[in-house]
Ligand binder design. Structure first.
Ligand code: CTP
Ligand code: MG
Length: 183
């Protein structure tokens, strides 16, 4: 059975971005402690705001790198267990790429907050697209330090997927009552 080529690309794109998703999504569990900007302001507006903490940043980088390490170990096992994929999918992960992507995701997240503060948006105020995409763009940029070129298909698949996933998780969070609005 031949796996559809675009399906393979899609799966590989998700595989590729998993460390960035972990790096971007898990800091909420580690947050607390001093903010990265130590409360400092620029033109009377916070540089990043209280939502960006040192612990969150470090926790995010460690989480993303650990996810990459897991993929590094699990990839070869999956390659053997899906014979149909032989030659078409070669799952593996370079842990250095995972580290870079994670740092990129967290820096992108900071850039997003920096822009939000310049626009007078309070910590936690929704900024559609900016909230979801800056981490992804910077994850790509940092990955480019090692992977060149990044397949264009990855970018084409991952931008709408990431936007959709955010809407979905927000909706679920609203359903179970941890968010006030469903978007
Ligand atoms: N977080 C953190 N450190 C980071 C990133 C996130 O501690 N570097 C934690 C914070 O508790 C933050 C939560 O994860 O409130 C959710 O992250 P995010 O939505 O990115 O931050 P917001 O609070 O929405 O702040 P902003 O408006 O600046 O995006
Ligand atoms: Mg937010």
């Amino acid at each position: 059975m031949a796996l559809d080529l675009s399906l393979i690309m899609f799966l590989q794109a998700i595989w590729f971005i998993l460390p960035a998703y972990a790096a971007n999504g898990l800091p909420v569990l580690f947050g607390g402690g001093p903010p990265i900007d130590f409360g400092k302001t620029l033109n009377e507006k916070r540089i990043f705001g209280d939502g960006k903490t040192i612990r969150g940043f470090i926790g995010g980088v460690i989480s993303g790198t650990l996810v990459g390490l897991t993929l590094f170990y699990v990839g070869p096992i999956l390659n053997q267990s899906i014979p149909e994929s032989q030659g078409l999918i070669e799952l593996s992960y370079n842990p250095i790429v995972a580290l870079l992507i994670s740092v990129g995701a967290l820096i992108g997240d900071l850039v997003g907050s920096f822009i939000k503060r310049r626009l007078n948006l309070k910590r936690g105020a929704p900024a559609p697209v900016l909230d979801q995409i800056t981490f992804l763009v910077f994850a790509f940029l940092f990955a480019l330090l090692i992977i060149r070129p990044i397949p264009l298909e990855y970018v084409i698949f991952l931008i709408p997927l990431t936007l959709g996933l955010h809407l979905f998780t927000n909706f679920i969070s609203w359903l179970i009552g941890i968010k006030k609005v469903p978007y």
